[in-house]
Ligand binder design. Structure first.
Ligand SMILES: C[S@@+](CC[C@H](N)C(=O)[O-])C[C@H]1O[C@@H](n2cnc3c(N)ncnc32)[C@H](O)[C@@H]1O
Length: 384
């Protein structure tokens, strides 16, 4: 069973294009400390030979180089196939370092669901999501890369599927579309993804189609079937109140959207419209009631172990007449920007609860050493 898990982690890391050192460390684990001939054979059969012509070639070349170096430095024999392919790459990919610009790659994100502990021989269930993404983190206003906060939000959704099933879910700044694919997997009744960047939006649609999800583009009306996900071009600055009110989500989601101070007022306005169903005149505090966030923000320490239960219950009961809830996952890179977000949220009469300390979704990406879950915070926004 341990070998089965180790080989699953190795293949998953390779398919997700994890840093080559990380893939190598999985290969070492599988071989009990070194990349044995059996492990090399496994890597060739299950990773490399399947990836030829499909995987980003410079990645494969780099992986081969490190793999061969590792084996040689241990004075072990290297499989002929590995040498031959590396030699081919040396000839055909001489100037890959000169490749500049927006290079896309196909990554496969495998969510591995822990097996039933009572059943020793149970296979690990997995959900594999292929995603086109850019190797340039800034492409598409940052929306063509997979950011760790969306991995976390995906784990959150897949950990508590009943909280999202049969719900209308709306995501802001959806990027490559991973969260929407997970929402569809847990049978959200409607998943609406949005982004303000057009190239991100077209990449997102490509990803949805690749995952056998209809984007509704080819149909006269957005179909209600669970394998369709709607994509909206929605720059926060231009979203009209009536357009937002027409969405009527039960749950609003956002991953790594709190980073640009200039966009924050627009993002918070949008969230407050979606979360708060009170009369617009009641939505913002009276003039002069600009309560200092330092006095009133209770987002950290407010939640307790019942918080997620309460969130689950509340979401479970959500209907168009109830107040929707927003879940935002975020890496806090700049404390000032985050404080600005909190101040705006407070001004917009929204309550923020930090769920990070009390709720951790199941770890479904255990092979992904580059994904640091501890850097991610999860917040719940609701109307005061
Ligand atoms: C850091 S990326 C996160 C993408 C995705 N949620 C993830 O975590 O992988 C931020 C996303 O927000 C979108 N975004 C940024 N500013 C925006 C704005 N003003 N209006 C709409 N979308 C915006 C970007 O296009 C990008 O897709």
């Amino acid at each position: 069973m341990e070998k089965q898990i180790a080989s699953l982690h190795l293949v998953s890391a390779f398919l997700a294009m994890e840093p080559t050192d990380c893939v190598l460390s999985h290969a070492r684990s599988l071989g009990g400390g070194s990349v044995t001939v059996d492990v090399q054979r496994f890597v060739w059969d299950h990773c490399i030979s399947k990836a030829i012509g499909k995987c980003h070639a410079p990645y494969l070349k780099n992986f081969l180089k490190k793999l061969i170096l590792e084996i040689e430095s241990n004075h072990d024999d290297v499989l002929d196939e590995l040498y031959e392919l590396y030699t081919e790459f040396m000839i055909s990919l001489k100037d890959e370092n000169a490749v500049k610009g927006n290079v896309r790659a196909l990554k496969y994100i495998s969510f591995l669901f822990p097996d039933d502990a009572s059943c020793k021989d149970a296979m690990v269930r997995k959900l594999v999501v292929p995603l086109h993404c850019s190797l340039n983190m800034l492409e598409g206003d940052t929306g063509c890369s997979i950011w760790p906060a969306s991995l976390f939000l995906s784990e959150f959704i897949l950990s508590i599927p009943d909280m999202f099933s049969s719900k209308t879910c709306f995501e802001v700044g959806s990027g490559v579309g991973l969260v929407g694919i997970c929402l569809s997997h847990v049978k959200a009744s409607k998943a609406i993804l949005s982004d303000g960047d057009l190239s991100t939006l077209s990449n997102m649609k490509l990803n949805l189609k690749m995952n056998q999800l209809s984007t509704g583009d080819d149909e006269p009306e957005f179909s209600e079937c669970s394998d369709s996900v709607k994509c909206l071009h929605l720059p926060w600055e231009c979203a009209s109140e009536s357009e937002l009110q027409g969405l009527e989500p039960d749950i609003i989601l956002g991953a790594d959207v709190i980073y640009d101070p200039l966009c924050l007022p627009h993002l918070v306005r949008l969230l407050s419209i979606l979360v708060d169903k009170s009369e617009p005149s009641l939505r913002f505090p009276r003039a002069g009631c600009d309560s200092a966030i330092g006095n009133s923000h209770d987002y950290s320490n407010r939640c307790n172990s019942q918080d997620v239960e309460a969130a689950r219950d509340r979401a479970g009961n959500a209907s168009p007449t109830k107040h929707p809830i927003a879940y935002i996952s975020s890496v806090i890179r700049n404390a000032n920007t985050f404080d600005r977000f909190l101040a705006l949220v407070d001004k917009a009469n929204l309550t923020v609860a930090d769920l990070t300390g009390t709720f951790q979704p199941a770890s479904l990406l255990p092979y992904m050493q580059s994904y640091d879950r501890s850097s991610i915070r999860l917040f719940r926004l609701s109307s005061k």
